[in-house]
Design a protein around this ligand. Structure first.
Ligand SMILES: Cc1ncc(COP(=O)(O)O)c(C=O)c1O
Length: 410
């Protein structure tokens, strides 16, 4: 059955909201996604009927809550084709998952002079934690450069990876929409003897994900970008790595035993889940995963390819040289993220004018300041598409941009 975007839209209560009599056009899902009724209901029902602590109490209600929490872990494992559910660790968000990697793995394995390779298109979440480690330990960071159309320039990759201990890269850029060749990059990392770390924050919500086919070692992503609630993120890692790494945060839940002399750690995944976890959020996340599974991620991707093509054609068709859209044109290597410069208008002015027509886009550096430097700009306007967007949303964006032209008398 063809992807029925109108039926999908009906599942998202917020999309029927009107502001000042006109519909909401939400084009900021690269930032955070809206939530379907199934997620809202699952969280409400759980709070009303089943809320209890997990892992600590022996009464039945707590058992139910623990089962719900572990069900979320199994659902996430299924979505990304992880070999075992216990390899999925719940964190606060993707940023915390990457900090877990730099602190726990990096803390144990990286020393002065060791090399970490990143790319020039990384989000700050996959830059700053490594820079913090560099400042503390004197590791070296090398950067994979970009081609003019915003893909990774891999011509010098072998030299960059020579002697590297880690290659950490995004699977899809939150600014350019570029989808990187993850399997090939993991292979290159391993050939060089480096760990392959994937920031899959923008990838998992929009694509079929198979961490085993990628051959990745550690993968970070966030619930709130994939129809789930904020407050919960994920780290997937190969069990032997997770087993061997020291813990990240200390406290309750992550221990096996504690004495006045010291502690021993619980097995993975509890070892990395110190303190009371995001229980209700996990329940919402599970509903989000089931929602995505029902739609089918291959169909979600197909829908977004068609809509991205429509958006590129519409915006370029209507505005020609007045709009400059960053990132590759080839939709095999591009997701539905459209960062652009519009005439010489400041992105904040553009987003403000679009907001007057209820078109929600993001303006700014998108937490990728080094990439802005490469693009030679301070900021861009970014419209990011998701499974609930349709051609009307794209037309509304184009109409609002035309309105901006009128307002500024261009
Ligand atoms: C590519 C990428 N990595 C990491 C992050 C950080 O995600 P979170 O804010 O959920 O930690 C984002 C969020 O925008 C992102 O787009």
């Amino acid at each position: 059955m063809a992807f029925d975007v109108e039926a999908v839209r009906k599942e998202f209560p917020i999309l029927s909201r009107q502001i000042d009599g006109s519909p909401l056009v939400y084009l900021d899902s690269g930032n955070t996604s809206q939530k379907p009724r199934a997620v809202i209901d699952a969280m409400t029902t759980f709070l009303e009927n089943s809320y209890a602590p997990i892992n600590r109490s022996s009464y039945r209600l707590a058992g139910e809550a623990t089962e719900a929490y572990e069900g979320a872990r199994r659902a996430v494992a299924r979505l990304i084709n992880a070999p075992q559910a216990d390899e999925v660790i719940f964190t606060k968000n993707a940023t915390e998952a990457i900090n877990l990697i730099t602190r726990a793995w990096g803390g144990a394995h990286l020393h002065e002079g060791d090399v970490v390779v990143l790319t020039q298109m990384e989000h700050h979440a996959n830059i700053v934690p490594w820079q913090m480690l560099r400042d503390e330990r004197g590791i070296e960071i090398r950067w994979v450069p970009l081609t003019p159309d915003g893909q990774l320039d891999l011509t010098g990759l072998d030299d960059l990876l020579d002697g590297a201990k880690v290659f950490s890269f995004t699977a899809m850029s939150n600014v350019l929409g570029t989808i990187t060749p993850v399997t090939r990059l993991c292979e290159a990392a391993h050939d060089a003897g480096a760990l392959a770390v994937v920031d899959a924050c923008q990838y998992v919500p929009h694509n079929v994900t198979d961490v085993q086919a990628w051959g990745a070692d550690l993968v970070a992503f966030s619930s709130h970008k994939m129809c789930g609630p904020s407050g919960i993120g994920m780290l997937w890692g190969r069990m032997e790595l997770l087993d061997a790494m020291p813990p990240f945060l200390g406290g309750g839940n992550m221990i096996d035993t504690v004495t006045f002399e010291g502690y021993t750690t619980a097995p993975v995944p509890a070892k990395y889940e110190a303190g009371t976890p995001p229980i209700v959020e996990a329940v919402g996340l599970r509903a989000a995963v089931e929602f995505l599974e029902e739609l089918g991620m291959a169909d979600v991707r197909r829908h977004e390819i068609e809509l991205t093509r429509y958006a590129l054609d519409t915006l370029r068709g209507r505005f020609g040289d007045d709009i400059m859209i960053y990132g590759p044109d080839d939709l095999d290597v591009r997701g539905g993220v459209l960062s652009f410069a519009f005439r010489d208008l400041h992105p904040h002015d553009v987003s403000q004018i679009l907001d007057e027509r209820n078109v929600c886009v993001r303006a700014g550096h998108h937490c990728a300041k080094p990439l802005m430097q490469v693009l030679g700009v301070q900021s861009t306007t970014r419209a990011s598409l998701y499974l609930y967007n349709d051609t009307d949303d794209v037309d509304a964006l184009a109409d609002a941009l035309a309105g901006a032209t009128d307002i500024f008398g261009l």
